[in-house]
Design a protein around this ligand. Structure first.
Ligand code: ZN
Ligand code: ZN
Length: 133
């Protein structure tokens, strides 16, 4: 199975192949900056299976953290595409909103619910964790 996506302005295009290792909703404070306020809606994929097919992403890493995430985004329109996370070596956490088709997304867990806000409504049958499972 292969997947394609792009940033809002179209300067960046990417593709990757499955498998999708997990599908998550993250409610942590950091994610709310990047999502705009909703839960961060992401899939975990293999870094090896991913490639940029157009453009070069801008990169951001916090300099005040010992093991910062590496964030890949469009330097023109600001769309945040994916992140490399030291706790998940060899993986990318990709926000589903930039996928051409993300209608198949079905969250498997809600994480960092310790930071969940009253307006974050979870599906009733979704396993929810205060931090991570
Ligand atoms: Zn863009
Ligand atoms: Zn988060």
């Amino acid at each position: 199975m292969s997947y394609t996506g792009r940033c809002y302005c179209g300067d960046l295009h990417y593709e990757f192949t499955g498998p999708i290792h997990s599908q998550i909703l993250c409610h942590c404070r950091e994610c709310r900056y990047l999502s705009g306020g909703a839960a961060n809606t992401s899939v975990v994929i293999s870094e090896d299976a991913f490639k940029w097919t157009k453009g070069t992403p801008s990169i951001f890493e916090r300099s005040d953290l010992e093991a910062p995430r590496t964030r890949y985004f469009c330097g023109k329109c600001g769309t945040h595409i994916c992140v490399k996370s030291p706790p998940r070596p060899g993986m990318l956490v990709l926000k589903i909103g930039s996928l051409d088709d993300h209608s198949w997304f079905k969250p498997e867990s809600a994480i960092f619910c310790i930071d969940k806000q009253p307006y974050h409504i979870l599906p009733e049958d979704l396993p929810a964790y205060q931090r991570v499972p």
